[in-house]
Design a protein around this ligand. Structure first.
Ligand code: SIN
Length: 286
């Protein structure tokens, strides 16, 4: 297995791994080590995978999310509910996935009590140009804070809300009252300790973080406004230009991502995503 760092802040490309064969525990641990050392992002190109093989590899990270009852349930793969399809393709009047999914800064399912851990995204079809995904390291953002501001943020918690997203990230979807009732807001530490590496990161995102618990609304807006600007700063980013059969794995505990919607009407994009359920976010003091 060879590795090539993609940019200083985040991301490594791994070469010499075939995910179509059952991946041994030893190989998986090597991939996971590189993933952690790269601030939670690896790219593995040229993988020829069936749905079953993507699911089997993704399960090595943990239990998979099947997004049951969610507004996006209709976009799950009809034979494999572990696969969420992101696509602008329409065949016989039927959307082949969710168009415009993730076209805003977020980490997957941060509004849940146990937000997503790994997301494993596989490029089935990509447009001739465009349709990139941008990733940002929230650990590098944390490192940039002054000690005084780190100490101020340390005890604070933020409210992450699916309802927040229904006016934003899910604005093009029909979100029912039942779906909103089934997804109450979650309160998570703003400074999150990574459960495996122990590294600290800023765990807020513009897509789902609604307000900071215990602050006056104007104070909350000001602090979140600053943190959103920080965590989406180009200095902490890597922009992935997809090729057919790329597999990209990100760690939602320490990264944010943004899917760029610049290709509609210019080509088809079809991505298969497996999402691993994570743990309750740890505070810095854990
Ligand atoms: C997402 O999982 O947010 C979508 C990412 C992408 O399609 O690039």
């Amino acid at each position: 297995m060879q590795t090539k760092r993609l940019c200083p802040a985040i991301g490594t490309e791994i070469v010499g791994v075939d995910l179509s064969n059952p991946v041994s525990d030893e190989t998986f641990e090597q991939v996971r080590k590189v993933w952690h050392e790269s601030n939670g992002l690896v790219v593995i190109r040229d993988q020829k995978l069936t749905e079953e093989q993507q699911i089997a590899f993704s399960r090595k990270f943990g239990k998979l999310h099947t997004l049951q009852g969610h507004t996006v349930t209709k976009y799950l793969h009809p034979d494999h509910p572990e696969i969420y399809r992101v696509s602008n393709k329409v065949v016989d009047g039927k959307p082949q996935g969710r168009k415009g999914a993730g076209t805003y800064w977020h980490s997957d399912q941060s509004y849940e009590a146990t937000p997503a851990h790994a997301s494993v995204l596989y490029a089935k079809e990509i447009p001739p140009v465009g349709g990139d995904t941008i990733f940002a390291s929230t650990q590098r953002a944390y490192e940039a804070l002054s000690d005084t501001f780190k100490a101020f943020l340390l005890p604070l918690k933020a409210v992450h809300s699916f309802a927040n997203a229904s006016g934003g990230g899910f604005r093009n979807e029909v979100v029912t009252k039942e779906q909103l009732d089934a997804a109450p807001p979650s309160v998570h530490p703003i400074i999150r300790k990574h459960a495996e590496t122990g590294k600290l990161g800023v765990f807020v995102n513009p897509g789902f973080t609604a307000y900071i618990d215990g602050l006056d609304p104007a104070e909350s807006r000001a602090v979140l406004g600053y943190l959103f600007e920080l965590v989406t700063k180009p200095d902490y980013q890597y922009r992935h230009r997809w090729s057919h059969n790329d597999m990209v794995i990100w760690d939602n505990r320490c990264t944010l991502h943004y899917a760029v919607m610049d290709y509609d009407g210019k080509g088809d994009r079809l991505m298969h995503r497996c999402t691993v359920i994570g743990e309750t976010p740890l505070p810095a003091t854990a």
